[in-house]
Design a binder for this molecule. Sequence first.
Ligand code: SF4
Length: 329
Amino acid sequence: MSLPTIDNNEEVYEDPLDLMDEIDALKKEKDATLLAHFYIDGDIQEIADFTGDSLKLARDAVKVETSTIVFSGVHFMAESTKILSPEKKVLLPDLNAGCSLADSCQYGDLLQFQEKLRAEGRDFETVAYINTTAKVKSLCDWIVTSGNAREIIDRVPKDKEILFVPDQHLGRYLQEVSGRNMILWPGSCMVHEIFSVQDLLRAKKNNPGSIVLAHPECPHRILEVSDFIGGTEKLRQYVMSIKEPGTFLVATEANMIHPLHKSAPQHTFIPVPGIMSSTGETCACNRCPHMALNTLQKVRDCLKYGKPEIEWQPYFDKAKDVLERSLLQ
Ligand code: SF4
C-alpha cells in the first residue's frame, strides 16, 4: 500500500472564499474546466463544473469544450481523461495523488499471471476496475466502474472465464449479482477495507430505523449488514428517490456525504467510522489520503502555472481502445 508523500512545504492558510473566487477567475482566463470526484473536499466540489463518480466524469470529460481540464481526483482518473481527450491539456493538482487499489495490481505482475493462465490453457478475458493504471488497462479486455460493471460483465462471452482485477471485494460482489465465476485479483482499497462492522452495528443501534449504504469496494462483512449497495452515483440516486426524511449510515469515503446531502437535504447522513488495524481504535481513516491531496490551493496553483500535467505515454493508445469500448459505447 503506498501513501502519498508528505509535502514539506506546508500550505500557508488562505481564506477558502478568496481561493474559490481566484479559481473561478483563473478558469476563465486559462480556458479551463474543473472536474471533481465525489470523494474530494466539499469546497472544491462546490466550484467544480462537473462532479460525479468515475464513469460520469469520464463521460463528462469528453464533452468539455475548453482547451484545459483540471481533474480534481487521483492519478488514474486524470490519466483516463487524457486518454479519452488526447487533444486537451489535462492537469492534476498533485501528481502524488495515487490509489492503493491501483497500486495493488502492477503491470509486470498482471502480465506474468495472464501468461501463466494462458500456459495452463485457460480461456479468459480480463476485466479491470477503472482504478488501475493506464499500463495495466492496456493488458485488459474491458474496463468497468462501479456504475457500469454489471452491464460490462454481461458483454463477456459466456464461454470465457473472467479474470477480474484489482478489487477482490467488488469482484466478489459482482460474482454474486451476475452469477459468473471469476478469478479474483487480491487487491483492495485502503479506505473501504477498514470499515468496522462493530461500529456500524453500534451506529445502527443508536439510530433506530437508519438505512446502511455501502460501496461495493467494502468487504463482504460490511456488505452483508448493509441495506443498499451501489457505486457513488447509484447511492446518490437512491437517497434522492426517498422523499420521506430518514437517517443513512454511509460506508464509503466520508466526503461522499457532501453530494448526498446536497442532492437529498431532507435526510441525515452519518459516516461509518473506520478502524485502525494496529490498535483496533476507531479512526478517521474513512478519508482517502490520496483524494485529500487535492486542496483549493493546489487547484489554484495548477491552474495558475499550467502544471502538473498528464503527458501522453506510448501505452495510452492501447488503453484508449479498451476505455472507449467500455465506457463510451
Ligand atoms: S478511496 Fe480507495 S479506491 Fe478510491 S482513490 Fe482512495 S485509495 Fe483509491
